[in-house]
Design a protein around this ligand. Structure first.
Ligand SMILES: *Cc1c(COP(=O)(O)O)cnc(C)c1O
Length: 457
């Protein structure tokens, strides 16, 4: 089909919305390693996990065999408010770059939370409600997950307790207010409300907090209150599962026009949007039906795939969560304070880690000034102010399109534009003022943090 026929925005009809999530583990011959109980070193049982997570979500977490899992009607209905999300042909960017490549992006910022995180938040809130819980607890770093979860909880009339990394709590008061508007209770972490928070504060009274520390507080809050469970916005296999609506919609939309991406690119923090975007394509790859070049993009300041170690590690600073085998920089790793671009988690989804280890996808790391340069270039022609996280994917999409310009190859590039950057204007200001710098951790720094990995087997 000729290019002219492809509209700027490819929308699907409601009837084309996915009715099932796709579980890529079912098609993996070698599965991701199981979660381990830190106390026993043995794989976590459903019973153990059910103290922390909702029952149905535990089943999804452990399900490695069913390729498709039905999306409950209530969740499908909620999705209809903001899905299908548009798949956009970046004609303006292509023209600006002078590339023969075709560029598509899937835009997930069209909801109040401003990111893809609502896709999983609504599912997790639904299962908590169905179980008859009073509420859920969680952590949030930059605030997108907390915002998405507070929206989902208010929809299902659930209490929502958010531990927000203290520096973000102070730097992003508007994020906090969105959450409070949706009825969430937001606590800066570390706090005096949990034992682990008090312990961390006693040791590091001046700390601005970290995701790993907020996770520990949220888990403690969930397990110490009757009728509460903990929910997480990335990393876990259940979250990747929910995010497959992104990739499934892309596939349907591209199929409509007979288009097939050569390269699929996504930013990678904990791996949920990338995992969701690539899942159906990866499934074809795993089944030997098609081949795609898949690229994970991470910040050079927090390079878990490109410079991390594939090993069991703690998911949180307090070391109370199950151990997960993943590419990790060590749970004590802290990205440098000048790092503004999100994606600061020390580890990576177990599914993506295993796929990467098997050579089924690649990873690149990019420096934040080059990320903001790409963000600005994109914003000026495509009209969307991208989130810094999403802009990592833009960076590599532009790099690949420029390579095509050199070689004359007409490749089709698809990337995930995960959200908008309206709450990241301090970072944009630093870039615009020429005050943003890059920091790449030394091998010694990474080795020091890796030395503290738990000793397993
Ligand atoms: C949270 C977030 C990410 C990174 O999380 P993943 O789980 O790796 O997808 C990327 N972009 C935006 C806009 C986010 O809010």
């Amino acid at each position: 089909m000729s290019n002219e026929k492809i509209p700027y925005k490819i929308y699907l009809e409601e009837k084309d919305l996915p009715k099932q999530w796709y579980n890529v583990r079912a098609d993996m011959k070698k599965k991701p390693a199981p979660l381990l109980n830190p106390a026993t070193g043995k794989p976590c049982t459903a019973e153990e996990l059910s103290h922390v997570f909702c029952n149905e979500l535990v089943q999804q977490e452990l399900n490695e065999t069913d390729p498709y899992i039905a999306i409950p009607q209530e969740i499908q209905d909620f999705y209809k408010m903001f899905r299908p999300s548009p798949l956009i042909r970046a004609y303006f960017l292509e023209k600006k770059l002078g590339t023969p490549a075709k560029i598509y992006y899937k835009f997930e910022g069209n909801n109040t939370s401003g990111s893809h995180k609502l896709n999983s938040a609504i599912a997790q809130a639904y299962y908590a409600k169905k179980q008859g819980l009073k509420g859920v607890t969680t952590e949030t770093g930059a605030g997108q997950w907390g915002t998405a979860l507070s929206m989902a909880c208010s929809y299902f009339d659930l209490d929502c307790q958010v531990y927000m990394v203290k520096v973000s709590y102070e730097q992003k008061p508007f994020r906090r207010e969105v959450m409070r508007t949706y009825g969430a209770n937001v606590t800066p972490s570390p706090s005096m409300t949990t034992e682990v928070g008090r312990k961390i504060l006693a040791e590091f009274p001046e700390t601005g907090g970290s995701l790993g520390c907020a996770i520990s507080e949220a888990v403690e809050a969930a397990t110490s209150q009757e009728g509460y469970r903990y929910v997480l916005g990335s990393v876990l296999s259940q979250v990747l599962l929910h995010q497959t609506v992104i990739g499934l919609e892309c596939k349907t939309a591209l199929d409509k026009y007979g288009e097939k991406p050569d390269i699929i690119i996504g930013c990678a923090g904990g791996g949920s949007n990338l995992g969701g975007l690539v899942a159906p394509f990866m499934g074809e790859k795993l089944r030997g039906e098609a081949d795609y070049q898949i690229i994970a993009v991470e910040p050079a300041s927090c390079p878990s795939l490109t410079r991390g170690t594939y090993a069991y590690d703690y998911c949180d600073t307090g070391k109370i969560c199950p151990l997960q085998k993943m590419y990790t920089l060590g749970s004590g790793f802290m990205p440098s304070p000048n790092h503004a671009g999100g994606l600061r988690y020390h580890g990576m989804s177990a599914i993506l880690s295993e796929l990467y280890d098997q050579g089924l996808m690649e990873a690149r790391s990019v420096e934040q000034t080059s990320v903001f340069e790409a963000a600005q270039q994109f914003a000026r022609v495509e009209g969307i102010l991208p989130a810094p996280e999403s802009s990592h994917a833009i960076r590599v999409a532009i790099d690949e399109a420029l390579k095509c310009k050199e070689t004359g190859e007409e490749k089709t590039i698809l990337f995930g534009l995960t959200g908008t950057g309206y709450f990241d204007m301090y970072a944009y200001a630093a870039y615009n003022d020429g005050k943003m710098s890059d920091y790449i951790p030394t091998d010694e720094e990474i080795a020091k943090s890796i030395a503290n990995l738990p000793k397993i087997g």
